[in-house]
Design a binder for this molecule. Structure first.
Ligand code: ADP
Ligand code: ASP
Ligand code: MG
Length: 481
C-alpha cells in the first residue's frame, strides 16, 4: 500500500542552529516511518538578510565588508556542521559542498563589485545561497540519525517564469521534473531535502520566489506531487488570532479557510507567504502550520472552507511598512477623471496599492502603497497633476509614512452585522483616531488606517472587543467541531 505523502517545510528559526537542526531531523525521522516525506528548508535565520547585505555592499564597492560577511557565514555553518555530523567522511563531503557554494557566492560578489551593479538575476543568485547551504546540512543531519536522505536543489524541480525576486511556477513542467527526480527517491524510502525559496527558468537561470517564499516552495511541490498534506513548521503554534509579538493574548486558531489565511498573509501576517495557498487551491490539499519547538501542539489546519467560529471575526493583522498618499483639494471635483489618472499613474510606476478610500464629496482620494513605492509614486503624481496644481484645482499631493493598516479578517463576517460598528466603538473608547477605512465587497476583510503610534492599542482593543483571546471564543470553536 502507498504511504501518505507529506511535504514538510522548516523555516529559518527551525534550522537556526545545530540544536534546532537536530530537532528537525528527529521530526523528519519520525514522520518518515509512516509517510513518504519531502522536506523543504529555508536558510538558517538571518542568513538571507546577510547575503543581500553582501550583495549591496559589493555593489557599493565595499568588497571588504562583503568578505567579512562571508567569513561570518562560513564560521556559523561550519560550527553547526561540526556538531551535527560525527562521521568524519560524511562531514568532509558536506563541508566540500558548502565550500563550493561559498566560493560561488564570493565570485558573484566579486563580479558585482567590479561592475558596481547588482542585477536582479545576480541578486537572486546571491540571496539563494542560504538555502543551498542549509539543505545539505539538514540532509546530513537526517542521515546521521539513520534515515536515508538526499539534498536536492529546487532549481532541478521548480520551473518558473523569469520574474526575478518574485517568480511564479510553471506547474506542468514543475510536475514533470518533480515526478522524475523525487518519485524514485520516495519509492526507495529516501527523504529528499529540497532548498526552499528558489527555482529556475526553462533555460536553467536561477530565480527566487520572493522573501519568505519557502512556504510557497512547499505548496508548489505538494501540488506537483499530489501530496496528502503540506506541513509548514515554524516558531509559533499555528496561525494565531493576531501576531503574538504585538498582541501577547493571541490564541491559536484550530482551523481556518484558504481565503482567510490568504487575507491575513496579504495584510502582513508573516507566518505565511501570501502566495502559499495559490498552489494548492485547485487540489484542495490541506496545509498545516505547526511549531517545531512544540510539536505536541496540533497547530492550525488550513482548508478550502475552514470552519466557522460562530463569531464572524477570526483574526487581526497589521501592516506597518506602508505610506498614505492623498490627492486632494476642493477643486478636484472639477478635475477630469482624477481617479482614473491617479491609478494609471500608480500602475505606471508599478506601485503596490493596498487600500483605497475616497470621500463622497470627492475632496480627497487617499490610498496606501508599500513604503518602498511611496516616493516614486508621489513624484509621478506631482508630474501628472502639475497643470492642475498650477491652476489650484488640486491643492495637495501629500504623503504620510507614519501610519499602519489594521485588518479585521473572517470569512463569515458577511451575515454578522455590526462588525464595523463594534470595531469603531472599541477604537473610540481608546481614543484611537481612524484615518481611513475600507471594506471589500466580499466582507471578509474590514481594514482601517491609524497612526503608527496607535497600532498596538488599536489591535489590543479590537482583539478584546471580539473576545478573540477569551474562553468564549475557544469554547465556540470546540462546540462547532
Ligand atoms: P519562518 O522562519 O518559520 O518562515 P516567519 O518568521 O516567516 O517564520 O513567520 C513566523 C512568524 O510570523 C511568527 O514568529 C510571528 O511572529 C509572525 N506572525 C505574524 N502574524 C501572525 C499570526 N497571525 N499568527 C502566527 N504568527 C504570526
Ligand atoms: N530564506 C528566504 C528569506 O529569508 C526564504 C524563506 O525563509 O522563506 O526570505
Ligand atoms: Mg516565513
Amino acid at each position: 500500500m502507498n504511504k501518505p505523502l507529506r511535504v514538510m517545510k522548516f523555516g529559518g528559526t527551525s534550522v537556526g542552529d545545530a540544536s534546532c537542526i537536530a530537532r528537525v531531523a528527529q521530526i523528519l525521522k519520525e514522520a518518515a516511518r509512516e509517510n513518504s516525506v519531502v522536506a523543504v528548508v529555508s536558510a538558517m535565520s538571518g542568513v538571507t538578510n546577510r547575503l543581500i547585505e553582501a550583495a549591496k555592499r559589493s555593489e557599493a564597492g565595499e568588497r571588504e565588508h562583503a568578505e567579512t560577511i562571508f567569513k561570518d557565514l562560513r564560521k556559523q555553518h561550519e560550527a553547526a556542521l561540526a556538531v551535527l555530523i560525527q562521521d568524519g567522511e560524511k562531514r568532509r563531503q558536506v563541508a566540500a559542498r558548502l565550500e563550493k557554494t561559498f566560493a560561488d557566492g564570493e565570485r558573484l560578489c566579486q563580479g558585482t563589485a567590479l561592475l558596481r551593479e547588482v542585477t536582479p538575476r545576480a541578486l537572486d543568485a546571491i540571496s539563494s545561497l542560504g538555502e543551498r547551504l542549509s539543505a545539505p546540512m539538514v540532509a546530513g543531519a537526517l542521515s546521521e540519525t539513520g534515515a536515508p536522505a538526499e539534498s536536492v536543489d529546487a532549481t532541478e524541480l521548480i520551473v518558473t517564469d523569469s520574474n526575478h525576486g518574485g517568480a511564479d511556477p510553471l506547474m506542468d513542467r514543475t510536475r514533470d521534473r518533480s515526478e522524475a527526480r523525487l518519485r524514485p527517491l520516495l519509492r526507495e524510502g529516501v527523504v529528499p531535502v529540497v532548498t526552499g525559496f528558489i527555482g529556475a527558468t526553462r533555460d536553467g537561470v536561477l530565480t527566487t520566489l520572493g522573501r519568505g517564499g519557502s512556504d510557497y516552495s512547499a505548496t508548489i511541490l505538494g501540488a506537483a506531487l499530489g501530496a496528502d498534506e503540506v506541513i509548514i513548521w515554524t516558531d509559533v503554534d499555528g496561525v494565531l488570532t493576531a501576531d503574538p509579538r504585538l498582541v501577547p493574548e493571541a490564541r491559536t486558531i484550530p482551523e481556518i479557510s484558504y481565503r482567510e489565511a490568504t487575507e491575513l498573509a496579504y495584510f502582513g501576517a508573516k507566518v505565511l507567504h501570501p502566495k502559499t495557498l495559490r498552489a494548492v487551491e485547485q487540489a484542495g490539499i490541506p496545509v498545516w502550520i505547526r511549531n517545531t519547538f512544540a510539536p505536541e501542539h496540533k497547530g492550525t489546519k488550513i482548508t478550502p472552507k475552514g470552519r466557522s467560529n460562530g463569531g464572524g471575526v477570526k483574526a487581526l493583522t497589521a501592516i506597518r511598512d506602508v505610506a498614505l498618499i492623498t490627492v486632494g483639494g476642493p477643486g478636484i471635483v472639477g478635475v477630469p477623471d482624477v481617479v482614473g489618472r491617479t491609478f494609471s499613474t500608480t500602475a505606471l510606476v508599478h506601485a503596490n496599492v493596498l487600500l483605497i478610500s475616497q470621500s463622497s464629496s470627492q475632496n480627497d482620494i487617499c490610498f496606501i502603497v508599500a513604503a518602498a513605492d511611496a516616493k516614486r509614486t508621489v513624484k509621478a503624481l506631482r508630474n501628472e497633476f502639475a497643470q492642475d496644481v498650477a491652476h489650484e484645482k488640486v491643492e495637495h499631493i501629500t504623503i504620510d509614512p507614519n501610519i499602519a493598516i489594521v485588518a479585521v479578517v473572517g470569512e463569515n463576517m458577511q451575515g454578522t452585522p455590526g462588525v464595523a460598528g463594534r470595531t469603531f466603538s472599541a477604537l473610540g473608547r481608546e481614543n484611537v483616531n481612524i484615518i481611513a477605512i475600507a471594506q471589500g465587497s466580499s466582507e471578509s476583510n474590514i481594514s482601517y488606517v491609524v497612526a503608527e503610534k496607535d497600532m498596538k492599542t488599536a489591535l489590543a482593543a479590537t482583539h478584546r472587543e471580539f473576545g478573540l483571546s477569551g474562553r468564549s471564543y475557544l469554547e465556540t470553536v470546540a462546540a462547532s467541531s
